[in-house]
Design a protein around this ligand. Structure first.
Ligand code: ZN
Length: 80
């Protein structure tokens, strides 16, 4: 699996929708590619914080670390 393929499969991976074999390729690539590991981690974090921010009544939690906000904004700028 290449980095590009991994990113294409990312949503399905996180949703648990990947077939077993693709899941294995995905995990193998994550095991050998630090860049994709970083990408996966920041993506998960972005999704998590994105859900918090989108709470209809909650608003923006006060305890979001500054660097996390920076990461999200950077990801948005990059079109991720
Ligand atoms: Zn990769």
């Amino acid at each position: 699996m290449t980095c590009k393929e991994l990113i294409a499969f990312l949503m399905d991976y996180l949703d648990g929708d990947l077939p077993d074999e693709e899941m294995r390729h995905f995990d193998e690539h994550i095991g050998i590619c630090p860049e994709c590991t970083d990408y996966l981690e920041s993506y998960k974090e972005t999704v998590r914080v994105g859900k918090m921010i989108c709470q209809p009544d909650g608003g923006l939690p006060a305890d979001i670390p500054e660097d996390l906000v920076t990461t999200i904004l950077a990801a948005r700028r990059a079109g991720a």
